[in-house]
Design a protein around this ligand. Structure first.
Ligand code: SAM
Ligand code: SF4
Length: 336
């Protein structure tokens, strides 16, 4: 009998001993919203021929899974606006139970009503929906024209098809700070976990990031005046630090890339929709996997070479008005 452990390629381990088990795969840079912390109002999108096609995405995902990646999160831009998104996810889902433990997605929720049933069919069990406010006017302002009801209908459809929903909320000093307890109560009442995220200085936008960023330590301090919070051992493989709110019974996560660097436990890399392997969200170094794929190169050798360059940590900083973004790539390009 063949001993599989002898023939499977070695896991990807970076120079700091961190095993890469989680891939965030961006399938498009396009989006039907224009969130004012993520994009500039007039974004130029890439020609479709620049994007990895279905079989290229499948090849890269398969290579990562062969090298020890257990979780893949599909993202973008807005992943559900990519025309053949379900086919892409169907291909990757063939690895579920055979190396891959979880296939999931981050979405703005606008197209969830249309796609929820198909997502379940391709093995998705949990989705992260990004929603920063429950106020229709604020929502329209933050997203530059989005309709809140479309997202709420999407969330309801996802839940009615049995998908576990988590809300991702970017905390914005002048937009949703006051509303956060309401959002948490609203979500927990519907069995939806919430994760709060600090705004990061990625890409040129019209607003000053200094006017958006709030350290989540301040938010947590305020929550403790309202609620009894205890640590929760829940782990998703992501960077969130989870708490349980006694009064609501729900789970609350904090992602603090700015105020509390969590890079020591980093297990992730990101692939942009054009096939650039981003080794750290907060650093510029990357590897062009599309060139390897289209040039007939060795994808495994390329992965090893890239992971050997994974930086130790990011060094994001927002500590004064008028600062240039730390990273010129927008989050919609990198894949959040
Ligand atoms: N369109 C999808 C969505 O909104 O969920 C997926 C892509 S979006 C880039 C992924 C996540 O990144 C979202 O939760 C979004 O709020 C977050 N994000 C975008 N720009 C950010 C920034 N500058 N700082 C922190 N989070 C950001
Ligand atoms: Fe689009 Fe998501 Fe960026 Fe908002 S955060 S503009 S929904 S990609």
């Amino acid at each position: 009998m063949i001993d599989k452990t002898q023939i499977s390629p070695a896991p990807l381990v970076d120079p700091f001993g961190r095993k890469i088990t989680y891939l965030r795969l961006s399938v498009t840079d396009r989006c039907d919203l224009r969130c004012n912390y993520c994009m500039s109002e007039k974004m130029t999108f890439l020609p479709k021929s620049d994007l990895l096609d279905v079989s290229e995405l499948d090849t890269v995902a398969s290579a990562f899974i062969a090298r020890g990646v257990r979780k893949i999160r599909i993202t973008g831009g807005e992943p559900l606006v990519r025309r053949n998104i379900i086919e892409i996810m169907q291909r990757i889902s063939n690895h579920l139970g055979d190396g891959l433990d979880e296939l999931t997605l981050t979405t703005n929720g606008t197209q969830l009503e249309k796609h929820a049933a198909d997502l379940v069919k391709v093995g998705v069990r949990r989705v992260n929906v990004s929603l920063d406010t429950l106020n229709p006017e604020s929502f329209s302002r933050i997203t530059r024209g989005g309709r809140l009801n479309q997202v709420l209908d999407g969330i309801a459809a996802a839940q009615s098809h049995g998908l576990k929903v988590k809300l991702n909320v970017v905390v914005l000093k002048y937009e949703n700070l006051e509303e956060l307890p309401f959002i948490v109560r609203w979500a927990h009442k519907r069995d939806i976990d919430v994760t709060l995220i600090e705004a990061m200085p990625m890409g040129e936008i019209e607003a000053d990031r200094f006017d958006q960023y709030t350290p989540l330590s301040d938010v947590q301090r305020n929550f403790r005046k309202l609620w009894t919070m205890s640590r929760d051992s829940f782990q998703t493989g992501g960077p969130s630090d989870y708490w349980r709110v006694k009064e609501t019974g729900g789970r609350l996560g904090f992602i603090t890339p700015m105020s509390n660097n969590f890079c020591g436990g980093c297990n992730r890399v990101r692939l942009t929709c054009t096939g650039r392997l981003v080794l750290c969200l907060g650093q510029t170094d990357d590897a062009d996997l599309r060139a390897v794929l289209r040039g007939g190169g060795d994808i495994h050798a390329a992965l090893e070479e890239a992971i050997a360059r994974k930086p130790k940590s990011h060094d994001f900083l927002i500590d004064a008005p008028g600062q240039k973004p730390a990273i010129s790539r927008h989050m919609s390009m990198t894949g959040g």
